[in-house]
Design a protein around this ligand. Structure first.
Ligand SMILES: *Cc1c(COP(=O)(O)O)cnc(C)c1O
Length: 380
């Protein structure tokens, strides 16, 4: 095996991706700088249109980050303090933070042990008179069981907000063969363009997507100080815009998003093939009706040695991360305000999961080195 410079292996290699796309991205940024159209410039409008086309959705509303997108989505819906939002316990804090911030009540439910996505049977059991929204998170890059979630929502007259921060570009297939992109199935979808996300900009960025014109218009108004006409304000809003520079970068990177997804899938297949036979590991399961865009490649370490494996890899120059070490119902911020709750799958996952380096620039030599170090650890 050729010598690998271990410093080259990163969880996410933004530098190498930039080098590969440098001329396009630099050109797009230079144009914004010369036009000095930094806020709400033509690049932002162009990006909305491009992403609408890519996702096959009627409205994309860009905003400042993925957390704001969630907040705006919940502000746009007719909710009042105390309303309950059912969401996954196994996700990033942003999902639940905005619920609490708006005086709404996050109701955490458990996830499927194989896909790590919200468990629809648990969703059903958590519905009360106060439930207004189901907020599935398409975790690690594949869609939640959206057909079942939409059925539950329709039966109970609930809204559905999809947190698509990790799954932009994933496609969900319904039983009748219809296919929709992640984020465009429920009432509103939200996403993030944080640099390490599958479609990342060079700072913070986010967007909402919807086919509902009223929700689109309300979201746009809220993101712009509650204003439709400049200096006239009808509702309480926030200041949440996507910078034109970020939009210009995203316009270039969006052209490559399918290629990014395919590169991630190639790396995932390599890991699967090499690690599938290691009996102490479970490789990622594929959800039955969704494509996977591999925001993360997340193993389950079944023999209790997750932390030791992580340390071993780090000693060999291989980063590996635990997403997520503490499920949300056990976080200090929520623990104190909620009744003690047991979510056994999320709790077990927190002790088993390990995400390996996953990005668009992984080489076969790097993948071979990573896999051989993992196998060495278990063969010791
Ligand atoms: C990254 C992320 C967010 C938040 O996005 P930001 O742009 O960082 O605010 C929300 N939900 C999930 C699941 C995420 O991974």
């Amino acid at each position: 095996m050729p010598e690998i410079s271990v410093k080259d292996i990163k969880m996410v290699d933004l530098a190498s991706q930039y080098q590969r796309l440098k001329s396009e991205i630099d050109g797009a940024m230079q144009k914004v700088i010369e036009e000095t159209t930094f806020i709400s410039g033509p690049a932002v409008k162009q990006f909305s249109t491009n992403l609408e086309r890519y996702l096959n959705v009627n409205h994309v509303i860009p905003c400042a980050n993925g957390t704001d997108a969630l907040q705006i989505a919940l502000m746009a819906l007719p909710l009042t303090a105390g309303d309950e939002i059912i969401t996954s316990a196994f996700t990033f804090i942003a999902t639940a933070e905005v619920i609490a911030l708006l005086g709404l009540k996050p109701v955490f439910v458990d996830v499927d042990p194989n896909t790590f996505n919200i468990d629809v049977e648990c969703v059903k059991k958590a519905i009360t008179q106060k439930t207004k929204v189901i907020l599935p998170v398409h975790i690690f890059g594949q869609c939640s069981d959206m057909e079942a979630i939409m059925e539950i929502a329709n039966e109970n007259k609930l809204f559905v907000v999809e947190d698509t921060a990790q799954a932009i570009g994933a496609k969900y297939t319904f039983k009748n063969g219809d296919q929709k992109t992640a984020g465009t199935i429920g009432d509103i979808g939200t996403t993030s363009f944080f640099p390490s996300k599958n479609l990342g900009c060079f700072g913070d960025g986010g967007a909402l997507m919807t086919n509902n014109i009223e929700l689109a218009s309300k979201s746009k108004e809220i993101s712009n100080h509650g204003s439709k006409v400049r200096y006239y304000h009808d509702v309480v809003g926030i200041n949440s815009r996507l910078d034109s520079l970020q939009a210009a970068i995203l316009n270039e990177k969006l052209k490559h998003l399918d290629d990014f997804s395919s590169r991630r899938n190639t790396a995932a297949s390599y890991y699967d093939k090499e690690l599938g036979s290691v009996k102490e590991l479970q490789i990622p399961s594929r959800a039955k009706n969704s494509t996977h865009v591999f925001h993360q490649y997340t193993l389950k370490v079944l023999n209790g040695k997750r932390d030791e494996l992580k340390k071993h890899l780090e000693e060999k120059g291989i980063p590996a991360m635990v997403y997520y070490p503490v499920p949300l119902h056990q976080q200090n911020v929520f623990k104190s305000t909620m009744l003690a709750q047991k979510l056994p799958v999320s709790e077990l996952l927190a002790s088993q999961v390990l995400s390996l380096p996953m990005h668009t620039e992984l080489t076969n030599d790097q993948l071979a080195y990573i896999c051989s170090q993992i196998k060495d650890f278990f063969n010791k």
